[in-house]
Design a protein around this ligand. Structure first.
Ligand code: 2IT
Length: 441
């Protein structure tokens, strides 16, 4: 860690993600001298390669704009590179390196053969018109297409990249490559190679994982109150499944504040979140305006200020601090399943784990998204589409397997389960052994 800190000063998200994994695997690593001999850790913490490119496009006023685009191909030991694209003004190489690193372990947990990658741009989608989004996506793909391919690297969406963006990106890829297979991006539309349930998959998978975790702890999700941050695709799927399982979603937050929903979100309110997201306004206050009397907007507050049983961060890295964790616990919260990638700060995780709050990390909880991308790739390779039931059954099985892997590697001497250790060790063992077996490359 100290060598990495000296080498990459300022890459705080990347260093934070690596530190968490290295702390978890220390004991296991020391029991395997063959890993040390092959310098597995030194190799695993560095991406295989990073592409950086200029993306120039024209806005609606005719002004020329330039952004930076990236693709971080992190690790291909267990399969072709796979991971999302993030369009957000704060995107930096450090952010994409942390996400690519996490993705490598997450993908290993899914049971499917996918390596880890991440990409994106510092392009800010907020307030952009459809035409601007299209021109940016086309300009982005003009560079990206040479880096990807259905057997090399298969991008998908992430923050700021949903079905609309994947459509524009896929259209341009086919135009440039003159290859009309459907397997180079996932998260596609239903008429051009997409998988049913992919839009819901991250949220659904997170709730399936939560169910297994609660079951193991002798609890049940029915009638429990849930607080959720974010109103993107992931939060939408999480709300939908939480409601189906009989839980009550009492808080939903955005960058402007939180909506307190004492009687619980309804399907109508959840679907309105899709409209809020499509508007690019990025304000959760709109929910309270649309549903007065049902949702009360509190400016500047997080979801973690509303009393709940279960907290589900579904927004952005480091969104839940140690102070938030303390406030949650003081208000009666006893479970936090991280759905965003690295959504909890290290101090928050430490607090949860030492104060009797059940906690599971994003790379296990949110892996249903990329797992269903893997199922989309399988359907594309077979040139057919499965039913919702078939996709849902497989997603369920995968989340159950991820939970089992966490239990297998995370059960402590006192019988408690450290899900952070469990997920990190399980992912590490798979990738490390795959690297070892394939030699020094
Ligand atoms: O963080 C993630 O796992 C994603 N954004 C989904 C990646 C994918 O390839 O479906």
């Amino acid at each position: 860690m100290s060598r990495l800190q000296a080498k990459y000063p300022g890459e705080s998200e990347y260093l934070q993600a690596v530190q968490e994994v290295l702390e978890s695997i220390e004991d296991v690593y020391n029991q395997h001298p063959e890993f040390e001999k092959a310098r597995i850790v030194e190799r695993m913490v560095e991406p295989d390669r990073i592409f950086t490119f200029r993306v120039t496009w024209t806005d609606d006023k005719g002004e020329v704009r330039t952004n930076l685009g990236y693709r971080v191909q992190f690790n291909s030991a267990i399969g072709p590179y796979k991971g999302g694209l993030r369009f957000h003004r704060a995107v930096t190489p450090s952010m994409l390196k942390f996400l690519g690193f996490e993705q490598t372990f997450k993908n290993a947990l899914t049971t499917l053969p996918m390596g880890g990658a991440k990409g994106g741009s510092d392009f800010d989608p907020a307030g952009k018109s459809d035409a601007e989004i299209m021109r940016f996506c086309q300009a982005f793909m003009l560079e990206l297409w040479r880096c990807i391919g259905p057997d090399q690297d298969i991008p998908a969406g992430d923050v700021g990249v949903g079905g609309r963006e994947i459509g524009f990106l896929n259209g341009m890829y086919q135009k440039l490559a003159r290859e009309y297979h459907t397997g180079v991006l996932t998260g596609k539309g239903m008429t051009w190679g997409g998988s049913i349930l992919r839009p819901e998959a991250t949220g659904f998978g997170a709730l399936y994982f939560t169910q297994h975790l609660l079951h193991k702890a002798g609890k049940d999700i029915k009638d429990k109150t849930v607080a959720i941050s974010g109103f993107g695709n992931v939060a939408w799927g999480a709300v939908k499944k939480a409601m189906q399982l009989g839980a009550k979603v009492v808080a939903i937050s955005g960058p402007d504040g939180v909506c307190h929903v004492p009687d619980g979100m309804t399907a109508e309110m959840n679907d309105y979140m899709l409209e809020m997201r499509a508007s690019n306004r990025n304000m959760v206050e709109d929910l309270a305006t649309r549903f007065p009397g049902k949702a009360k907007f509190i400016a500047g507050k997080k979801a973690w200020s509303i009393p709940c049983d279960i907290a589900l961060p579904c927004a952005f890295q480091n969104e839940l601090s140690e102070d938030d964790a303390r406030e949650l616990k003081a208000n009666g919260c006893w479970c936090c399943c991280e759905v965003s990638n690295m959504g909890c700060q290290p101090g928050a995780i430490h607090f949860f784990q030492h104060n009797g709050v059940l906690f599971a990390p994003g790379k296990a909880v949110n892996a249903g998204g990329v797992a269903t991308s893997g199922l989309e790739m399988t359907q594309n390779a077979q040139h057919l589409s499965w039913t919702a039931q078939e996709v849902d059954d497989r997603l369920h099985q995968i989340m159950q397997s991820i939970h089992e892997q966490c239990v297998r590697y995370g059960t402590q001497a006192d019988g408690s389960i450290d899900y952070v250790k469990g997920a990190n060790i399980a992912g590490f063992m798979k990738v490390a052994n795959a690297m070892l077996e394939q030699g020094i490359i």
